[in-house]
Design a protein around this ligand. Structure first.
Ligand SMILES: Nc1ncnc2c1ncn2[C@@H]1O[C@H](COP(=O)(O)OP(=O)(O)O)[C@@H](O)[C@H]1O
Ligand SMILES: [Mg+2]
Length: 231
């Protein structure tokens, strides 16, 4: 089981959304996914509840409570013994012993960030924190920035400058764009299953197109991670 973690000191950076999208991409590709929820607000449990109600929950995925160290340990062991391909950990903002443990156990760390000066500052601090922790523990994990909520239309000069600031760090070539398909996942459920339900409805044709583009983009991120982690 490979552990992929979304990590950022900042709330609202797009961690949970990136994780939900990635989970959809991996399960659509027939991988099994354990979601480790290390956030007391339990956004992933809510996501599952809404998705189950809408019939858009993929049974290849299970959510595990991991909001403190004993729960995390139990969840991880349980998921591993059940043979999940991936565990995806959603962390809460800030640094904590729980987050440190998750970072130190991860195979791939994603640092999502929006392109505002404040977000970029927080992403850089998070990146540095991760690298220092890994070096101190003599560990190796892939770490990369994921640009999040990038405008679909042309980006502004200040967003370009923000993007340039982080251009020296490893990052994914395909960012996550600001899309309704991503924003509405928490209410609607898994991307691919929401999309399947739309295809037969002519009134939803435009929305379905938006979903296809979103799935294509996040599918590339999923494929890249799978290739890097060799699953
Ligand atoms: N790619 C995206 N497109 C549109 N909305 C997004 C996207 N990523 C995040 N959001 C929205 O931004 C807000 C914060 O995202 P969230 O994933 O909850 O951040 P975090 O988990 O880091 O606190 C949410 O309302 C979410 O729907
Ligand atoms: Mg979150």
């Amino acid at each position: 089981m490979k552990l992929i973690t979304c990590c950022s000191f900042k709330g609202g950076a797009g961690k949970t959304t990136a994780l939900m999208a990635l989970c959809s991409a991996l399960t659509a590709n027939e991988k099994t996914v354990a979601l480790l929820e290390a956030d007391v607000n339990r956004p992933l449990h809510n996501w599952m509840k809404n998705a189950v109600e809408n019939g858009t929950w993929d049974q290849r995925c299970s959510v595990f409570a991991a909001e403190d160290l004993p729960l995390l340990e139990t969840a991880y062991e349980d998921a591993e013994s059940r043979g999940f391909d991936y565990a995806l950990a959603d962390t809460h903002g800030g640094s904590s012993e729980l987050n440190n443990t998750i970072i130190a156990s991860s195979d791939f760390l994603l640092v999502p960030t929006m392109l505002t000066p404040l977000d970029i500052d927080e992403a850089l601090s998070t990146y540095r924190y991760i690298v220092e922790l890994l070096v101190a523990e003599n560990l190796h994990a892939h770490t990369a920035i994921l640009q999040q909520r990038v405008p679909v239309s042309r980006i502004t000069t200040s967003q370009r400058a923000a993007s340039d600031t982080i251009s020296v760090l490893p990052q994914f070539t395909v960012p996550m764009y600001d899309r309704d398909a991503f924003a509405s996942m928490k209410r609607r459920g898994m991307l691919h299953l929401t999309h399947s339900g739309m295809k037969s409805n002519p009134a939803m044709r435009m929305t379905a197109r938006n979903y296809e583009t979103a799935m294509d983009e996040i599918g590339k991120l999923g494929a890249f991670l799978a290739e890097t982690l060799e699953i």
